[in-house]
Write a protein that binds this ligand. Sequence first.
Ligand SMILES: NC(=O)c1ccc[n+]([C@@H]2O[C@H](COP(=O)([O-])OP(=O)(O)OC[C@H]3O[C@@H](n4cnc5c(N)ncnc54)[C@H](OP(=O)(O)O)[C@@H]3O)[C@@H](O)[C@H]2O)c1
Length: 338
Amino acid sequence: MVRIGIIGAGSWAKKVHAPAFHAAGAKIIGVYSRTPARANALAQAYGARAYSAYEALLEDVDAVTIATPDDTHAPYATQAAARGVHVFVEKPLGRNAAEAQALLEAVRKAGVIGMTALTARGDPAAAHAHALLASGALGTLYYLRGVFHGAYLGDPTTPTPWRAQAQIAGPGGVVGDLGPHLFDLARHLTGLEFREVLARTQVCLERTPPATNPDAAAILARMDGLDALLSLSRVHVGEPQRLELELQGSAGALKLRLGPEGGALWRAERPGTYARLEPPIPPTQGWGRPQFLTLARRFLEGIRQGTPPQPSLEDGLAAQRVVDAVVRSAERHAWRAV
Ligand SMILES: NC(=O)c1ccc[n+]([C@@H]2O[C@H](COP(=O)([O-])OP(=O)(O)OC[C@H]3O[C@@H](n4cnc5c(N)ncnc54)[C@H](OP(=O)(O)O)[C@@H]3O)[C@@H](O)[C@H]2O)c1
């Protein structure tokens, strides 16, 4: 049984990481987090121990799952890898691609297993879309449209969270927070790489203290032979959080939607209108725990087999490079290479 440590005791560690790894069959040994009382409460729920020193936890585990703010992902993962501990790391891998690259190199050097927590990859509707695309169901791809909209920072009267602070969450803001899911899914479904981007970003809401990274982004992207138009927002009120990706091709179209209301997939012939598909595996309810159960199983299996699972740290780095290019493009109002 893989012995695992949970790093962070916030909402995602509690709601998703700990229950998913527990259900996947890992033994939760301990929790390390900033506030001891929260680490204690989470540890107790799994009969585990709260550690006051990260190094001490690393001595007792085979793997860690890192669910802390973004500035700490690379340092905690690098430290773990150096101790021979496998790492399951939240997106974004770092505040920028340099941090993500350093993390990846540390993991390669140590020869441990690494994986990026790109939630959408654990969804059966996304897997079904991937299989259809791989079979050539859409013919020649024409273009991709994608949105990832949420309202988790949509209330300006709430305290400015770490996600809105560039020092902690990086200069990308919503681009680093939601972007990796969308960029990775676009790469995964099409098998194509992002080459260049033209982007505008904005801080929409007036907060106290002010946000130092953007709330929303509009992105035009060039993938290999495919144009993509993407929209990201963390202040998008009016409907439940939603990741939606649509691909149009010579033989038809696919539309994938993931979010708290569950995963769904539609297909249209050319010419034709969308009909909902039933994936071979029942659709998920919600965003987080069901997809993470699949990801956690893959990570544990990767450790047992000694083979890197998907989505890999390389996938996390590729997504991070798109984030960086969007930030550079928005700063300069110009196309930037990824
Ligand atoms: N894959 C996904 O779909 C998805 C969805 C949501 C979040 N996430 C990612 O999950 C991560 C955590 O997000 P969250 O929403 O859970 O944030 P959160 O609720 O703020 O929780 C962060 C946790 O990390 C702890 N922490 C802060 N700084 C630390 C440090 N230097 N060392 C150790 N622990 C520290 C916090 O301690 P305190 O208790 O003292 O605050 C808190 O327990 C983020 O990277 C986020 O991007 C991913």
